[in-house]
Ligand binder design. Structure first.
Ligand code: TXA
Ligand code: MG
Length: 348
């Protein structure tokens, strides 16, 4: 079973980091905190390590991994060229919750990139992550540290639940800050394209770069256009219960959820409700989880995956969720929530 070692950025455990670095250099796996979600790390330049990552997660091997770095020099060794706009974005948002995709150089194995000749690169700001990447030699491939098909982990306990038996070490850095995966921007095309929304919104990217597009495969739910990021086509983040998102005018949403909850309860179903703090008290029946405040959207992003995991554990049959189209992270929150719901939306 994985050894769990606790540490924080202010109080790094250098002895444990050294051992973690050795595990990674020897082809083993170490889970670690980042500012977005926990990552499942392996040596990005070792094809065997990447294979192990896929096996541990039960992840299809055509779904490429993100290579994590801890300094800018490392970037230039794993990519062919860095376009000017990417340089600007790195200057503004790295280290941080941003992943950029480039043409890969020859030292990055196809096992790491799922057979693609491009590579996704992220420079995380979490100091524990940075220390681990340095200890490992500079290049750590890391998907989110969940079993494929479960919500991404935002605490070390989530990682233990999913992967405790499959990996060598878990570094526990406490709860993550953001709680949703990084924004992915593809620089292999003329105009940069957002392949996955995150903390850094399309608007923020456009403010810095001008023309930036959103991947059509993300916008259309009819699946006539495939998302470019292979991982975005899978039904990730799927809770065990049926999940439906109810959207529309606030009072109508509350009324409809209460109506459906009554009906389900009468049919012997157990019902969960995901609501903003502002409306939590308006749901008298069912198991109500307050996800956070609409006035503080970062709280909603932070709690989403944890709540989905909690509902898996308390075994509800049906979940109704309010919609959260908040200003900055609304696109990211709703992308994850709608995917978890299999795009089941009830408009009122
Ligand atoms: O915040 C994050 O990015 C977290 C932490 C651990 O850093 N990592 C993460 O990794 O979310 P993962 O593997 O769960 O998601 C990576 C996504 C997948 O959807 C994958 O298909 C896409 O990035 N991706 C990776 N490389 C790509 C490439 N070369 N071209 C297109 N999409 C790529
Ligand atoms: Mg993932």
């Amino acid at each position: 079973r994985a050894e769990v070692v606790a540490m924080t950025g202010e109080c790094l455990n250098h002895e444990a980091l050294k051992r973690a670095g050795e595990i990674l250099k020897n082809g083993g796996l170490v889970a670690f905190p980042t500012e977005t979600v926990y990552g499942l790390g392996g040596d990005a330049l070792n094809p065997q390590a990447s294979k192990k990552i896929y096996a541990a997660k039960g992840r299809p091997s055509d779904n490429p991994l993100i290579v994590h770095i801890a300094d800018m020099d490392s970037l230039y060794r794993i990519v062919k060229t860095v376009p000017e706009k990417a340089r600007i974005l790195a200057g503004k948002y790295w280290p941080g919750p941003l992943t950029m995709i480039f043409q890969k150089s020859d030292i990055v194995p196809m096992e790491t990139t799922g057979g693609l000749d491009s590579v996704a690169v992220r420079f995380p700001s979490d100091p524990v992550a940075a220390a681990l990447i340095r200890a490992a030699g500079g290049y750590v491939a890391a998907p989110s540290a969940n079993t494929s098909g479960r919500p991404s982990p935002t605490t070390a306990q989530h990682v233990e639940e999913d992967l405790g038996d499959a990996i060598d070490m878990i570094i526990d850095g406490g709860a993550v800050g953001i709680g949703l995966e990084s924004t992915i921007v593809d620089f292999t095309e003329e105009i940069p394209v957002v392949l996955r929304p995150g903390y850094i919104s399309l608007e923020m990217l456009q403010d810095t770069l001008g023309d930036v597009r959103m991947d059509q495969g993300l916008i259309r739910s009819d699946s006539s256009v495939r998302p470019k990021a292979p991982g975005m086509k899978y039904r990730h983040y799927a809770p065990k219960a049926d999940l439906a998102v109810v959207e529309g005018q606030a009072e109508k949403v509350v009324a409809r959820i209460n109506e459906m909850t009554e009906a389900d309860l009468a049919n012997g179903k157990r019902v969960g409700i995901i609501a903003a703090q502002e409306s939590c008290s308006l749901y008298p029946k069912g198991t109500v989880k307050c996800i956070g405040s609409r006035e503080k959207e970062e709280t909603i992003a932070h709690n989403l995956y944890e709540i989905l995991r909690e509902f898996d554990q308390c075994q509800v049959d049906q979940i109704y969720s309010e919609a959260f189209y908040t200003p900055q992270m609304g696109q990211a929150i709703m992308n994850r929530l709608l995917k978890a719901a299999g795009h089941k939306v009830i408009s009122v």
